[in-house]
Design a protein around this ligand. Structure first.
Ligand code: AFP
Length: 323
């Protein structure tokens, strides 16, 4: 079986970008060890602190963030990092050619229940003429990512990654400590019978989104005339992995719970990397109004509605929103 770095080299990925990916992989193996140890490593539970998102930080959030931050800032190829757990950009090496944005531990609410959690990462080229530690460095559209991926800490530790030439999945062989290729050039089916959404928010969605989901639930008795099934991991990394594995549609639409915060998922280190993975696997990834990878970021931690997965089903959902 091919290992991650032989695949990256055969794709002619630049050596310094491979160095950045290697650094993320090293941190993720350390995180995977602590996740597996769980209560035995004293990493469960919450701290007394809140991050800039206003979310209570779990011990493992802090540990994962610190591991990634320390290793990436020590990598000469990294000019700056941005993290869900950091208020602002943290400058790295001024001559570094890459920027790394990450959610160190997506799905934190799943930590204490031994559920699926993961690290999501996104890599850009640093921009000349802008200070390397400026937030302006990260105001690049998702289509400018040079690499995106996630590490899923589940029964297996999996790495899904794209550098532009398709989306692949690797499995960590923990006896050797290397990621081996287990799913090459993933292709999503254009249609699906599986959707993922937190239906407890239904009363807060737009009327058109409610109509779309209602018709999925009506199944063969409604206008879609086919049976649908639902899954919800409450960790984007787990739900997106299911979509990459067996197709489907994942939705986190805007809602009226908090008028100041109509969407929940973050553009920079959740929506954009997942959108690149999904598009490079033949799927689609939209907010409620535009292709996610075309969105021009304004704020580091800005949020966006997400509708991604099997292309024909994303189009069907968007047709309801355009009524
Ligand atoms: P946490 O990291 O705070 O658990 O949030 C995970 C997440 O950002 C994303 O991974 C999930 O899809 C979504 O939130 C789940 O949100 P709900 O808890 O509202 O279902």
């Amino acid at each position: 079986m091919k290992n991650l770095f032989s695949v990256l080299r055969s794709d002619q990925v630049a050596d310094d970008l491979i160095q950045v990916i290697e650094t993320i992989v090293d941190a993720s193996k350390e995180i995977a060890f602590r996740v597996r140890q769980g209560a035995l490593a004293g990493v469960l539970g919450s701290t007394q602190d809140e991050n800039i998102q206003g979310e209570t930080q779990k011990h493992l959030d802090i540990i994962s963030n610190q591991l990634l931050k320390d290793l990436l800032l020590a990598c000469p190829a990294v000019a700056a990092i941005a993290s869900e757990e950091e208020d602002t950009v943290v400058a790295g090496t001024s001559t570094g050619k890459y920027l790394v944005a990450f959610d160190p531990l997506d799905g934190s609410s799943n930590i204490d229940i031994n559920g699926q959690i993961g690290t999501i990462f996104s890599i850009y080229r640093s921009q000349d003429l802008i200070p390397h530690g400026s937030e302006l460095q990260f105001q690049q559209t998702g289509s400018q990512q040079v690499c995106a991926g996630y590490v899923l800490y589940g029964p297996s530790t999996l790495l899904a990654i794209t550098t532009g030439k398709g989306t692949r999945c690797f499995t960590l062989d923990s006896t050797q400590g290397i990621f081996l290729l287990t799913a090459d050039l993933i292709q999503l089916a254009p249609q699906t019978q599986e959707f993922a959404i937190n239906t407890s928010n239904a009363r807060f969605w737009s009327e058109d989104m409610r109509a779309y989901i209602d018709d999925l639930v009506l199944g063969e008795t409604g206008p879609r005339q086919k049976r649908f099934n639902m899954r919800w991991n409450a960790a984007m990394v787990g739900d997106v992995h299911r979509v990459l594995t067996r197709s489907g549609i994942f939705l986190y639409p805007s809602d009226s719970r908090n008028p100041k915060q109509p969407a929940k998922l973050r553009l920079l280190y959740e929506a954009n990397p997942m959108a690149l993975l999904i598009e490079n696997a033949g799927g689609k990834a939209w907010s409620e109004s535009q292709r996610i990878l075309d969105i021009q970021p304004q704020q580091l931690h800005e949020r966006v509605a997400v509708i991604l997965g099997s292309a024909d089903e994303v189009d069907e959902c968007l047709s309801y929103l355009r009524r």
